[in-house]
Design a protein. Structure first.
Length: 253
């Protein structure tokens, strides 16, 4: 008699996907900090689910390089070196530049209007020092742009890279993001899409990634290791009270 796979409860499958997607989104929006250690039980409690879907989601994310498995049923956001950040920087420049160029050739008015709206939301969050919303909207802007390219395989590659670099975007706050270059870059990207100028869109994204991840790489100590947070930035976060990770929530499927 041939073997058959056991029936899978659709509700259980949906919950596992929600947990996995929620953790991916939390990683790519910087809601976990570099070097942060969290237990399976903490994540289960934060998401309001049992340990089983959390365990499965974390195993997948460990395999993808987003977490490192630790003892006592816990995981840690990997600590990076300058060399690793620069490697990821160069890969992101290549693939995200490609996606931006493709998007510029295909963007329609509705998609461009959505990007303009997100850019305004970033500016509003930044004006009130709401770094949690700021990071989430920056991610939303980039992925709204890349989705226009209509290249799902390329988009999955980009998502995998953001899983590794997302927590390190915390190190851009507050000093790096205080520059007016970010808003100006987003405005030029939107202009490039309106003109269907693939070269300009690609150039703006490449320069944006190069500046941000070069800044992070330059935070490395003499041994090339990047600390979880520079002391000054950490102190400012404590005073501001808004840069720490927001509570985890289940992401709907």
């Amino acid at each position: 008699m041939p073997l058959t796979a056991p029936a899978t409860d659709p509700a259980d499958t949906s919950l596992r996907k929600q947990v996995y997607d929620s953790l991916r989104e939390a990683l790519t929006t910087g809601r976990f900090l570099p070097g942060q250690k969290v237990t399976f039980r903490f994540i289960a409690g934060a998401l309001g689910v049992s340990l089983t879907p959390v365990r499965e989601a974390l195993r997948r994310l460990v395999a993808e390089g987003a977490f490192e498995m630790q003892h006592n049923r816990s995981v840690r956001v990997p600590l990076m070196t300058r060399a690793k950040v620069l490697e990821l920087r160069d890969i992101r420049i290549a693939v995200e530049g490609l996606a931006a160029g493709k998007a510029a050739l295909l963007a329609d008015r509705k998609q461009i209007a959505a990007l303009r709206r997100i850019a305004r939301e970033i500016a509003a969050a930044r004006s009130r020092s709401d770094s949690v919303t700021d990071r989430a909207k920056v991610r939303a802007f980039h992925f709204a742009l890349y989705e226009i390219a209509g290249a799902p395989t390329l988009l999955r590659v980009i998502e995998g890279l953001w899983l590794q670099t997302g927590p390190y975007m915390n190190l851009l706050y507050p000093d790096f993001i205080s520059s007016p270059r970010g808003p100006a870059t987003r405005a030029r990207i939107i202009q490039a899409l309106e003109a269907h100028d693939a070269v300009a869109a690609r150039r703006e994204i490449e320069n944006d990634i190069r500046r941000a991840l070069s800044y992070v790489a330059d935070l490395a100590d003499e041994a090339g290791n990047i600390a979880p947070a520079p002391p000054v930035a950490a102190a400012r976060r404590r005073r501001g009270g808004s840069a720490h990770a927001a509570p985890l929530e289940l992401r709907p499927v």
